[in-house]
Design a protein around this ligand. Structure first.
Ligand code: SF4
Length: 391
């Protein structure tokens, strides 16, 4: 009640508060205030609102209390969620904000096509975050939604099977959900205007922003000065003057920034997305074109081995011991894994159940010993692999 009274008198805005939302953020301080009021009330339970608000001594006390609140509010750390690809640009974006004292949580989205190795070994990621001086890190698996998106990306594919614009919109929207949950004040990305022909030209950046649910909270520190000021800049959470105006494909400025920040291991610009790989990208497009089953298991298998794709048939073979082991590890819980009675690769029919003959033919093709045995009149048969030890 007292609070509303002072808001209506405009005294909060004089003190720099913009509204009740800020008090929500300083909830603990507000509780303290309520505690003081209740305390005062208990001192003299004959008090009325009027008496309180017209009592100079307590009015001064209250205003001083608000000044303390304001100080605490200014001290509150601004938080950003950084879309972190582990590439140089996102490292620099985080470093630039960190320099302003902003709390950085580096969010890494993973699918079988990028970042997947972190699923088994997340410690590597958290160690990297710590070494870079960021405050926190998070790994989020978005495979299911991503594979759906990959089937029909609204803004099409890039050079291979990479649906970069849709991919970024998905990641940004996912991150906005975290902002909505109060995890941060805004989102930052390492995007650079004009750096990539498909996803980082001006129109693409605007498009990504427009499709993002809260476009005003998306900050690109490396090119911010070439773009409209975002809410965190306008509200002074981020000092726009300290942001950059990098434009184009040259890495010159990024490299000199790396020196400034003492970054010694500069990640390659490729970024490690397997969808941009010509071989894997073409495989993915062939699977989609033939409407073959794409799920987390088959997607992971697409990133290794040999693949035979024709009409509704999809067969995969390992190329060496390591791949055979991986194939078994990934798929044994859902599919039958085969080999020959003679030493051979492991094989699996991912689509087209009646294609066991074709699988046999392919296994023989890639097994020297099986071919020799057949030439010598020995019978070679197909066997199911039940144990990883049998590989
Ligand atoms: S390169 Fe891959 S991970 Fe990066 S935006 Fe494009 S599709 Fe997404």
């Amino acid at each position: 009640m007292y609070l509303l009274f002072y808001i209506s008198r405009g005294e909060l805005s004089e003190l720099g508060f913009v509204g009740l939302k800020d008090f929500g953020i300083e909830f603990i301080n507000l509780c303290l205030f309520v505690f003081i009021c209740v305390h005062l009330w208990t001192i003299n339970n004959n008090w009325t609102v009027k008496k309180f608000t017209h009592n100079k001594r307590y009015r001064t006390l209250f205003l001083n209390f608000l000044l303390i609140l304001k100080y605490l509010k200014l001290k509150k750390m601004t938080k950003a969620l950084l879309l972190f690809s582990e590439g140089l640009d996102s490292i620099l974006a985080g470093k630039i904000l960190k320099e302003q004292g902003i709390h950085i949580t580096a969010v890494k989205y993973i699918t079988p096509f990028f970042g997947w190795e972190l699923k088994k070994n997340p410690e590597k990621y958290y160690k990297n975050i710590e070494e870079l001086g960021f405050d926190d890190g998070e790994i989020i698996d978005i495979s299911t939604e991503y594979l759906e998106l990959l089937k029909k990306p609204r803004y099409g594919y890039g050079s291979h099977a990479n649906p970069c614009i849709d991919c970024k919109i998905l990641m940004i929207n996912k991150t906005f959900q975290l902002v909505k949950e109060g995890r941060a004040d805004f989102i930052a990305t390492g995007e650079v205007l004009g750096q990539r022909p498909m996803s980082q030209n001006r129109n693409a950046l605007i498009l990504i922003k427009k499709n993002a649910e809260f476009e005003d909270l998306l900050l690109r520190p490396l090119s911010a000065k070439l773009l409209f000021p975002t809410k965190p800049e306008r509200e002074g959470l981020v000092d726009r003057e300290k942001l950059l105006n990098i434009n184009g494909r040259s890495r010159h400025e990024q490299l000199s920034l790396s020196e400034r920040f003492g970054i010694k291991d500069i990640p390659s610009p490729a970024g490690g997305c397997l969808l941009t790989d010509p071989v894997i990208g073409d495989r993915v497009l062939a699977i989609l074109k033939n409407d073959l089953p794409l799920n987390t298991i088959t997607a992971e298998l697409l990133t290794l081995g040999r693949h035979y794709i024709a009409d509704n048939t999809w067969i995969m073979l390992g190329r060496n011991y390591e791949e055979n082991k991986k194939l078994f590890e990934i798929a044994a819980s859902q599919y039958k894994i085969y080999c020959l009675s003679e030493p051979s690769p492991l094989g699996i029919v991912l689509s087209g159940d009646n294609n066991i003959d074709k699988l046999f033919e392919l296994l023989v093709k890639y097994s020297k010993k099986a071919r020799l045995a057949i030439e010598n009149g020995k019978e070679v048969s197909l066997q199911i692999v039940k144990n990883a030890d049998d590989i």
